[in-house]
Write a protein that binds this ligand. Structure first.
Ligand code: PMP
Length: 471
């Protein structure tokens, strides 16, 4: 596979900018003074990116970083890929309207063609697409409304560790207690089911047996006349939990969820906001298990780095009324063009297969480090969605062999990675999992460098922690 050279465009600074106002320190200081305390990534990465190309981000100070965050998994082709830049430039130069609500345009028509061409066989023939507001969370809202309208029911089945977004409905089906407990309505009509997580098995047994128990529990609960679960409008699930810490569901378990929902007439919503467009080693992550969802929720990479979100669903659910899920920003022409170009490029260049191969190699190398670095409790993932869970190596392990998550160590590892020119974010339970989401265009050398830098960061931080404990 050839990865075309990326183009680094010159950075145009605002006219009023002077050397003094553009230094990183000044910009960061003003950010701290003016932006919300709810800001997130900005706290973890005190850098001011001014240029980016492929996997590399350059700060105002000229320092270069390998970016394993990729806009939280958005940049399938990395930063400023020539294919997306060309699509954006061509569209801008064409005089096409850049904002059209949900009117038909040639760019939207072409994006829809490109999207439908990627869908699993059997799904595309019966698929309808709804263009949503440009965030993944809005598409989740749309999926919930669609299935609630179609079934006339309101309850939802969702999983431990799930992340579906920050708006009310999506937050309701999200697992994170910290973001729910301070706002109203976070738990309304949601039945929480166990997601298989071998390392921190909800049943304390792990492995295939844990996943089997998770499936059995779900089946029995749904059929228990005293189980408290009123027939639900939908089940919503991620094939690999992203924010949940790169936790992959076994294919068999997912097939069982498909069977259970089909048998009970419950629509299955698969949230592929993060797993889509080749990330997990298949174009769509549902392809690993071969299941056909009723609704697919898509965002992030489908817009080629520009904001876009859609749901694609079986036409039998298409009974909602005009305006049932509307919004101003549903017709971003540039995102349609960049997205269509990205989808076609990922398919044509076999980048899903590439993600599978490079991801497996990185995961195996990281896994082999566990013998020397006991702070690495678990290495898991699928394709280029990789998680390295950090634990306290001195603490006793539980029945599954898992030691307690070490959130403090993880924060220090993230900072040590940044010092070594590597951008990685944390996620998962207790935010103790280092998450790797590099672009699918990552070269072999970059993949090696990522593992080298991460391994060095973990080794150094673990050594310092051990010395601290002895002192
Ligand atoms: N679903 C999943 C699986 C996600 O990973 C995310 C974002 N990380 C969302 C939904 C929400 O997307 P957005 O942040 O664009 O609203």
């Amino acid at each position: 596979m050839t990865v075309p050279p990326s183009i680094v465009p010159p950075v145009a600074l605002p006219a009023q900018a002077t050397a003094a106002t553009t230094t990183a320190d000044g910009i960061l200081r003003r950010q701290r003074a003016r932006e919300s305390s709810a800001r997130t990534y900005a706290r973890s990465f005190p850098i001011v990116p001014v240029r980016a190309s492929g996997m590399t981000v350059e700060g105002t100070d000229g320092r270069r970083y390998l970016d394993c965050l990729s806009g939280a998994g958005t940049l399938a082709l990395g930063h400023n890929h020539p294919v997306t830049l060309e699509a954006v430039r061509r569209t801008m130069d064409s005089g096409a309207p850049l904002h059209v609500l949900d009117l038909a345009t040639p760019e939207k028509d072409d994006f829809t063609d490109a999207l439908f061409a990627t869908l699993p066989g059997g799904f595309a023939d019966r698929a309808r697409v709804h263009f949503c507001g440009p965030a993944g969370t809005d598409a989740v809202e749309a999926a919930l409304k669609l299935t609630q309208t179609a079934t006339g029911r309101s309850g939802l089945l969702a999983f431990t560790g799930a992340y579906h977004g920050m708006t009310a409905g999506a937050l309701g089906v999200t697992g994170s207690v910290a973001v729910k407990e301070r706002v109203a309505g976070g738990g309304a009509e949601v039945t929480r089911l166990p997601y298989p997580y071998a390392y921190r098995c909800p049943f304390g047994v792990g492995g295939d047996r844990g996943a089997g128990l998770a499936a059995t529990y779900t089946e029995r609960l749904l059929d228990d006349p005293a189980g408290g679960v009123v027939p639900p409008a939908a089940m919503i699930v991620e094939v690999v939990q992203g924010e949940g810490g790169a936790v992959p569901a076994p294919d068999d378990w997912l097939r069982t969820m498909r069977r259970l929902t089909s048998e009970r007439g419950v629509p299955l919503i698969v949230d592929e906001v993060q797993t889509g467009v080749g990330r997990t080693g298949a174009f769509w992550a549902v392809e690993h298990s071969g299941i056909t969802p009723d609704v697919l929720v898509l965002s992030k990479a489908i817009g080629g780095g520009l904001p876009m979100a859609v749901i694609v669903y079986d036409e039998k659910y298409d009974g909602w009324l005009p305006g049932a899920h509307t919004g101003t920003f549903r017709g971003n022409t540039l995102a349609m063009a960049a997205g269509a170009a990205t989808l076609r490029f990922v398919s044509a260049e076999g980048l899903s297969e590439r993600a599978a191969v490079v991801g497996a190699r990185m995961t195996a190398r990281l896994d082999s480090l566990r013998a020397d670095l006991p702070a690495i409790g678990d290495v898991r993932g699928r394709g280029l969605m990789i998680g390295v869970e950090l634990v306290d190596p001195e603490a006793p392990s539980d029945a599954c062999g898992a030691r307690p998550a070490d959130a403090e160590l993880a924060v220090r590892v993230r900072a040590a990675c940044l010092d070594r020119g590597l951008i990685v974010e944390l996620g998962g339970r207790f935010d103790a999992t280092v998450r790797l989401l590099p672009p699918l265009t990552i070269t072999d050398e970059q993949a090696e460098a990522v593992v080298d830098r991460l391994a060095d960061a973990i080794a150094t931080v673990s050594k310092d922690a051990a010395q601290g404990r002895q002192a």
